[in-house]
Ligand binder design. Structure first.
Ligand SMILES: *Cc1c(COP(=O)(O)O)cnc(C)c1O
Length: 387
């Protein structure tokens, strides 16, 4: 299809650079701090910690690496059980497999699309009856909305199990006045190219546990013992972020607030212009905090719209617009066949959201005209099936 060229294509969530990234990157070049670590890394860790209001952080080569380190800090070993939200990107659970542990998936709540505290409690009860306590619970804040931490932490604290908060998509969001990422024992962020801010690739592990973060830095640097020669006693990883990329991150942090405002604005326009279509229902915003609207997502009721979500995604592609289904639940992924899955009742909310959900182009550099193009294309697709 020749019309699908990159210059006109409207992407889901492309990178959006500001005015300071080059300055920090140039500083790295002019001081020859190209190698991993260096002043940008230290300052990026410090500045991000200040922004979210947590004490300690270690920058990593990816969000996935940060989750793997967090599992390590929670002492997850082969054969252990780790609970994880099912409705998420594979990166939330891949590190469970790296650790040789067994993932167990927890369904979503229809009001937040995030981990259902009721389903979580059922999973805990089931495993406790077998004499098994999971080593950690990975809770995802989906599409920029915080999970409901009060009931989730209540259950986890009852069993004394640490929470790893996967805040890869929710930087800048809040829950009851506190920044997203700060609710678990460990929190992780991602600066992959499609996230609300990017370092082209990178992540961050945050915590108020000083020893844990020091240990994470050690593990992320090949677990090199403090000797003059190269001494190693434990398995280490090469997971640290480069000083060049941390420079991009520092620049991006300066524009984070404006990026969130822009994404929320885009969401409001979609909601205003498309919300009147019967059978379109946007992802709800829970009243417990701020949703950064990383991606605008909605549910399509095919019996009312006359066309299903998959068809809309396919047709938007013909207009050279990238949209996506909502994440395919991890318990439905072939790689996790045989893993247990807990719902709150007989309905599988995550499967319903996957079947009917769409993510619309939501990048903070999406122009007004591009938004109009998305809106008009969807209106046209819907009106054609109705006529
Ligand atoms: C992007 C993402 C990650 C992983 O981040 P990378 O930096 O790409 O490794 C983890 N969890 C969720 C929910 C994500 O969206």
């Amino acid at each position: 299809m020749s019309k699908l060229n990159n210059t006109d294509r409207i992407f889901l969530s492309p990178p959006h650079l500001g005015d300071y990234e080059k300055k920090f990157v140039n500083e790295a070049f002019s001081t020859n701090w190209i190698a991993p670590l260096g002043p940008n890394v230290d300052l990026f860790e410090k500045e991000l910690s200040q922004y979210v209001g947590n004490k300690y952080a270690t920058a990593t080569s990816s969000g996935t690496a940060a989750i793997h380190l967090a599992l390590n800090l929670c002492n997850v070993n082969p054969g252990d059980v780790v609970f994880c939200s099912t409705l998420t990107f594979i990166a939330s659970a891949n590190p469970i497999l790296y650790s040789g542990a067994k993932p167990v998936f927890i369904d979503s709540d229809i009001d937040t699309w995030n981990m259902s505290p009721v389903a979580l409690k059922k999973a805990f009860k089931y495993y406790a009856s077998q004499g098994i306590i999971p080593k950690a619970v990975i809770v995802v804040n989906l599409y920029g909305q915080s999970a409901d931490y009060t009931p989730i932490l209540e259950v986890c604290n009852e069993y004394n199990v640490p929470v790893i908060e996967d805040a890869a998509e929710s930087l800048g969001s809040t829950y009851k006045g506190k920044k997203s990422g700060t609710f678990g024992k460990y929190g992780i962020f991602s600066f992959n190219g499609n996230k609300i801010i990017t370092t082209s690739g990178g992540g961050m592990l945050i915590s108020n546990d000083k020893d844990g973060i020091e240990r994470a830095k050690f593990l992320a640097t090949q677990a090199k013992e403090p000797e003059i020669h190269y001494e190693h006693k434990t398995i280490g990883y090469n997971y640290r972020l480069s000083n060049v990329l941390a420079g991009i991150g520092r620049g991006q942090l300066k524009v984070l607030e404006s990026r969130i405002q822009k994404r929320k604005e885009i969401f409001r326009r979609y909601e205003k212009e498309l919300g009147e279509i019967t059978g379109f229902n946007f992802m709800p915003e829970a009243n417990f905090g701020r949703h950064n609207r990383w991606l605008t997502t909605l549910i399509v009721d095919p019996s009312k719209v006359g066309i299903n979500s998959t068809e809309i995604v396919r047709k938007l592609n013909e207009y050279n617009i990238e949209s996506r289904p909502v994440w395919k639940p991890l318990h439905k992924q072939p790689i996790f066949t045989g893993c247990l899955y807990f719902t709150s009742d007989n309905n599988s909310v995550s499967e319903y959201l996957f079947k009917n959900g769409i993510c619309l182009p939501s990048g903070s550099n999406l122009t007004y005209d591009q938004q109009s193009k998305v809106i008009n294309s969807i209106k046209e697709i819907v009106s054609k099936v109705r006529s």
